[in-house]
Ligand binder design. Structure first.
Ligand code: DO4
Ligand code: MG
Length: 288
């Protein structure tokens, strides 16, 4: 079951709506049944049963081609876990002598690395531009599975996140991490939230990253969700410790795909992240 936020492409139709993405490339308009916020579904005792019930009503259906998908984010803060894949640990230890020991230790430690990534209103949706910092020399996308949690800390869905990162700034000094990770257009989420997938099934999914420049592919990488070192509930539990998220939260689970050190993103590149079981998140790149 895939939920989306969307607006109608028709000029006279205003406002954002919540939809159910159907297999025949249409979207059922759940806002016509009074669902005006994603949170209303995600906070339900059983979101899958509620959406199943709504799907049986006779609601308007729109072709996907007639709507614009928006980031499937309500008032959720977005956070991110780091160094959850061996590949990420190795890459960051190579990136910085200064911080190598810290990365090594956090990979093994009981407490995961979790950092604040984005307030909801700054999240970039499908098709919108993600940013590379104008003062960075080495910028990369980080394609990550994202956990969608309700206010009770329960994982109710999964989506795709791009944790855009400035690796030279992060590598210079670990204390620069917030500047390397959180800046204008540094977080993309979408295209939809998949409800009700058990962790064991999500761990079978593959994550693919493609980067295009001038219509040609300049990088392809692939990993599997199953290589994430920590259990999803463990990550969610740490995020919710001594924290309150009245509208729930989204947690990116870390990257396992790292382009070669010679690669940096450029203006007008196009980033495509595909997670089997969810879909594809595609964003052009702009310097901010
Ligand atoms: O500590 C650096 C960030 C790690 C990260 O974002 C990742 O592993 O995905
Ligand atoms: Mg990351």
């Amino acid at each position: 079951m895939k939920l989306c936020r969307f607006k109608n492409k028709e000029k006279h139709c205003h406002g954002t709506r919540i939809g159910l993405v159907n297999a025949n490339s249409t979207v059922t308009d759940l806002t016509a049944a009074g669902i005006d916020k994603l949170t209303r579904l995600l906070e339900a005792e059983d979101p899958v049963a509620l959406v199943g019930h709504l799907a049986k009503l006779s609601l308007p259906c729109l072709p996907l081609a007639d709507i614009q998908l928006l980031a499937p984010v309500g008032w959720h803060e977005v956070w991110a876990a780091g160094v959850t894949y061996l590949r990420s640990k190795t890459a960051r230890m190579e990136e910085s002598d200064f911080s190598a020991n810290a990365y090594n230790r956090v990979y093994e430690a009981a407490r995961p690395e979790i950092f604040f990534k984005s307030p909801p209103h700054k999240v970039v949706g499908p098709g919108d531009a993600v940013g590379i910092r104008r003062d960075a020399k080495w910028s990369v996308p980080e394609p990550e599975l994202a956990l969608v949690m309700n206010s009770r800390g329960k994982i109710v869905g999964h989506t795709i996140g791009n944790d855009m990162s400035s690796r030279d700034i992060e590598g210079e000094n670990l204390l620069y991490l917030p500047q390397a990770k959180t800046y204008q257009r540094s977080c993309a989420i979408g295209p939809c939230i998949v409800l009700g997938t058990p962790e064991a099934q999500a761990r079978e999914w593959t994550i693919k990253l493609n980067i295009e420049r001038d219509g040609k592919n300049v990088f392809t990488g692939e990993t599997s969700v199953g290589q994430i070192k920590r259990r999803f509930e463990e990550l969610a539990e740490y995020l919710f410790r001594s924290q309150v998220f009245p509208y729930g939260a989204i947690l990116l689970t870390g990257t396992g795909i790292v382009p070669p050190d010679t690669f940096t993103l450029r203006n007008d590149d196009v980033i495509e992240i595909e997670i089997s079981g969810i879909g594809t998140l595609r964003n052009p790149v702009v310097t901010v």
